[in-house]
Ligand binder design. Structure first.
Ligand code: GCO
Ligand code: MG
Length: 402
């Protein structure tokens, strides 16, 4: 029997920080898992190195479900982003190994294709409305059939979602940047630029918008109602989701579809959102919601309630977890859309292979496993650099949800 012989954790910052787990079997097969938790990277690296790696050595890498249960139930302590990201990395690496052992791409192990490609959306943004419109134009010219639109709220510095460099990167400072937030200014401004996008480009593509947990339920209800004519594909994270019931109120007032879940890590965190049909798209991902094994369980639950998938795919999700997500997206019956923001150029020096984009869709590699390889020597050129996400403060100085 092949056994797990080695498990190594790499922390590197090729343009941004990624934590990567590589498991090697006694047969010399390697598998990769993403363990990146933006701004809290070293906590997951330590969870893996200090607590999970010693448990993995000598285990049968083929027993993916059993290892998942062992790590989840064996921790005694339930859920949480650090634990679930660490378990995700192990699970993803084991699926990669299973694919390589079977000489099949992972999507074949998951039941094969349900579709020809994976519809993807990317992020158009601008420091003002003309710049946003130019950026939407650019993404449509690149072949995107779905575009997210965000513009900086005038006179409120540092609106989330607005790109400064080539790739949107909110975790940009060595200590958290403090950014002002004014809900009223946002509510007065955002519906207008979404209308401006439709006025200029029409309705022949999907338009998305991320509220990034900034509104109360009744404010979100008002926002959703005010943008019904622009026919958003979704409004994302309209209000924080710790209280799942809060979404019932939004639902009662608007038909604008709702997407939630990028910060949620288990089926229990999304149970009521799904079973009470309080949302339309579930945004949990491979890297933060327990790997392919657990995310598939969430997606299956969602399918029963006509909730479709729309997994998180920001820059802080490495090419490994993006690949794993696309393999799963390709197979599930209730796939909706996949976020695709791309990565800094330096990341391509460290992660070889992965997904490809053409004609608005993502495609997985046809190589056995996930189709991504990690270049350890290249990673050494990019030592870890601590970076934090910003913190938001209301105009009176009190802390708001960022
Ligand atoms: C998105 C997200 C991100 C997050 C980031 C935090 O919809 O893509 O909201 O941009 O802010 O992933 O780490
Ligand atoms: Mg988001």
């Amino acid at each position: 029997m092949s056994t797990i012989e080695r498990a190594e954790v790499f922390v590197a910052s090729p343009g941004r920080t990624f934590v990567t787990l590589r498991i090697t079997t006694s047969d010399g097969v390697t598998g990769l898992g993403d363990a990146t938790l933006n701004g809290r990277e070293l906590a997951v690296a330590s969870y893996l190195r200090d607590h999970l790696v010693p448990l993995l050595i000598g285990k049968d890498p083929a027993r993916i479900e059993d290892i998942w249960q062992y790590l989840y139930k064996g921790a005694y302590w339930r859920r949480g982003p650090v634990t679930m990201t660490a378990i995700s990395a192990v699970d993803t690496a084991l699926w990669d190994i299973k694919g390589k052992t079977a000489s099949l791409p992972v999507y074949q192990l998951l039941g094969g294709r349900s579709r020809d490609g994976v519809l993807a959306y990317s992020h158009a943004s601008g420091t003002d409305i003309p710049a946003l419109l130019d950026d939407v134009d650019r993404f449509l010219s690149l072949g995107y059939k779905a575009v997210r639109a965000q513009a900086a709220v005038p006179d409120v510095g540092g609106t989330y979602g607005v790109r400064k460099g080539k790739v949107y990167e909110p975790a940009a400072t060595a200590l958290p940047d403090e950014q002002p937030w004014d809900t009223q200014a946002y509510l007065n401004f955002a519906p207008g630029y979404l209308e401006a996008v439709r006025d200029r480009f029409g309705f022949g593509f999907h338009l998305l918008h991320d509220i990034h947990h900034r509104l109360t339920p009744i404010e979100a209800a008002r926002f959703g109602k005010s943008v019904e004519d622009v026919q958003l594909f979704w409004m994302e994270d309209p209000t924080p989701a710790e209280n799942q019931d809060a979404f019932r109120l939004i639902r009662q007032h608007t038909t604008t579809p709702i997407a939630v879940g990028e910060v949620l890590t288990s089926i229990w965190d999304v149970q009521h959102l799904i079973t009470e049909q309080l949302i339309d798209y579930i945004r949990t991902t491979v890297v933060h919601a327990g790997g392919i094994t657990h995310l598939r369980r969430i997606f299956d639950l969602a399918a029963l309630y006509q909730v479709r998938t729309g997994s998180h795919g920001a820059t802080d999700l490495s090419p490994v977890s993006l690949a794993a997500n696309v393999h799963l997206d390709l197979t599930v019956p209730n796939f909706g859309i996949q976020e695709y923001m791309g990565h800094p150029d330096e990341a391509a020096e460290v992660f070889h292979g992965g997904v490809t984009f053409s004609d608005g869709m993502l495609h997985p590699s046809e190589e056995p496993g996930l189709g991504v390889e990690y270049d350890e020597a290249a990673a050494e050129r990019f030592p870890y650099q601590p970076r934090y996400l910003p913190v938001a403060r209301r105009l009176d100085g009190s802390v708001h949800d960022w």
